[in-house]
Design a protein around this ligand. Structure first.
Ligand SMILES: [Zn+2]
Length: 65
């Protein structure tokens, strides 16, 4: 392996690490809301778990869809 190849491998690894980092960051940036962003009603824990990044209660969500 010459130096150029070695650099390419490192670059690839850094890219993958960055990508993994971004995916983790995205999932942290968008947690399910405790309360509906529309009406302020609490969102049940089961719904928060079922719908990743859930921001609305079921009635408000269905109105938006
Ligand atoms: Zn709502």
């Amino acid at each position: 392996m010459d130096f150029a190849d070695y650099g390419a491998v490192i670059e690839q690894q850094e890219r993958e690490q960055l990508l993994a980092h971004l995916q983790v960051k995205n999932s942290i940036d968008k947690p399910s809301a405790m309360e509906c962003q529309e009406c302020g009603d609490p969102i049940p824990q089961a719904r928060q778990d079922a719908v990743q990044g859930c921001q609305y209660c079921a009635p408000c969500q269905s109105e938006k869809e």
